[in-house]
Ligand binder design. Structure first.
Ligand SMILES: [Zn+2]
Length: 159
């Protein structure tokens, strides 16, 4: 089974309402919408799909810390318009629903990291930044208004 939003192969699919569309998405993406129900999945389906190569992927990109730039939606929209693409066209190129692209362009939904990467690649733009340890420690300092201890740092880096 594949997630409609990020395209990830998953055993657990949820039917959710996102911006008026009914989508079948993975657990991670389900948080972007209102969950209607969990979709029962037949495990057998996975057997004859060549999922093996999919499952043994290198450490997942999603595990890294990313944050989206301000107005990432505007950046996507402008880049799309520059290429003379309609939302419909770009949505098809990305393999997502037009309504989802619309939500992204209005910055009302943050795309999943894999999807964001796809957008960046397709439009040659940057809409998110990898949070460096410096950024993380900064956040920490803001929160605690004290200096960062090594223990805190290790906690942050650990998965
Ligand atoms: Zn997903």
């Amino acid at each position: 089974m594949q997630c409609d939003l990020c395209g990830k192969e998953t055993d657990e699919l949820f039917e959710v309402f996102i911006e008026g569309s009914r989508l079948h998405v993975c657990k991670d993406c389900a948080k972007y919408g209102k969950i209607i129900r969990k979709i029962p999945t037949g495990k057998e389906d996975n057997e004859h799909n060549s999922v093996k190569s999919f499952k043994r992927r290198k450490p997942r990109e999603e595990d890294k810390l990313y944050y989206f730039i301000d107005n990432f939606g505007k950046v996507v929209e402008l880049a799309r318009l520059k290429r003379g693409l309609r939302q419909k066209d770009l949505a098809r190129m990305l393999g997502i629903k037009e309504s989802l692209l619309h939500s992204i362009e209005t910055s009302s939904i943050e795309p999943s990291v894999p999807l964001a990467k796809k957008i960046e690649k397709t439009l040659s733009v940057k809409i998110m930044q990898e949070a460096s340890p410096v950024d993380v420690s900064k956040t920490f300092e803001d929160k605690h208004s004290s200096s960062l201890t090594l223990g805190d740092f290790v906690k942050v880096r650990k998965r």
